[in-house]
Design a protein around this ligand. Structure first.
Ligand code: BV8
Length: 233
């Protein structure tokens, strides 16, 4: 068994499900209320910015009513205690990983609590509503703020840093993600190509489950703390 020094963890909506946040697919899924292309594409924003701002304002507001769960807490513990390399790459735009204390973390699809001014290109922390065309705190221009979120057709954030970590990884772990959305769904391939061990923890086998050396099915709130205890033993 190859010595494990560098770990890369990919998380998706499933890790926040037990905190009460909707996942994307399935009957109660986020997208069910809206067609993806109606709320999460630059074209949708150009076509109907009021609808898109309302969609994200509602999620930003809802985020204040939920708390991190045992899976977020376990990964924060791992981050605190793991002496080797660790990078938590989340597809989630919620702030539950950092509220649980995780530091070695990046949001490849952006963050709900961040605004991006299209006039001055500044990104800034934002916790209120963005609908109603507020002025940018930086340049003062009104109506040019958009959610700092990576929409479909847009380039995910920090892909170089992610690729570099995958190249160095001894272990790649995917948690709470269905493996539908690229380039995130392709990370397991890159990790395998770099001969890292690969583990999936998910409520059900994901689309790419066959690509993992090991697949554990169950709730993240139970399986992730157990896995972290194993690793830190
Ligand atoms: C891009 C922000 C160019 C918005 C998001 C290759 C092939 C086919 C298509 C493409 C391709 N390459 C690119 C595309 C197009 C597209 C894409 O992938 N389309 C899909 C739909 C086919 N990708 C893009 O447009 C990306 N940009 O490609 O740019 C490029 C190319 C190469 C390299 C660089 C750039 C941009 C995609 C990002 C879009 N933005 N989010 C917002 O949040 O509002 S994506 C969004 O959907 C999430 O961030 C996440 O990524 C995805 C949802 O997936 P999951 O998180 O996995 O959630 P899901 O509900 O699907 O699954 C939850 C899982 O949890 C389930 O399996 C369930 O069983 C499990 N679960 C539930 N409860 C629990 C649990 N597990 C454990 N415990 C529980 N309790």
């Amino acid at each position: 068994m190859r010595e494990i020094h560098n770990i890369v963890i990919l998380t998706g909506a499933g890790i926040s499900a037990e905190s009460g946040l909707a996942i994307f697919r399935g009957p109660e899924g986020l997208w069910e209320g809206h067609r993806v292309e109606d709320v999460a594409t630059p074209e949708a924003f150009a076509r109907d910015p009021v609808l898109v701002q309302r969609f994200y304002d509602a999620r930003r507001e809802n985020l204040k009513r939920v708390e991190p769960n045992a899976a977020h807490a376990a990964l924060a513990r791992l981050d605190e205690a793991w002496p080797g390399g660790l990078l938590i790459v989340t597809q989630n735009v919620d702030d539950l990983h950092e509220r649980a204390g995780a530091k070695r973390l990046l949001h490849m699809h952006g963050e709900l609590n961040s605004a991006w001014c299209r006039a001055c290109d500044m990104r800034m922390a934002w916790s209120g509503a963005m609908g109603g065309d507020p002025a940018c705190p930086g340049c003062g221009v009104a109506g040019r703020l958009r959610p700092d979120i990576v929409w479909f057709g847009e380039m995910p954030y920090e892909m170089e840093r992610i690729d570099a970590a995958l190249m160095e990884a001894d272990l790649f772990v995917s948690m709470g993600t269905s493996g539908n959305v690229y380039p995130a769904a392709g990370f397991v391939q890159t990790a395998r190509y770099c001969s890292a061990r690969t583990l999936e923890i998910n409520l059900e086998p994901s689309i790419g489950s066959y690509l993992f050396d090991e697949s554990r099915t169950g709730r993240a709130g139970e399986l992730v703390p157990a896995w972290v205890e194993e690793v830190l033993k």
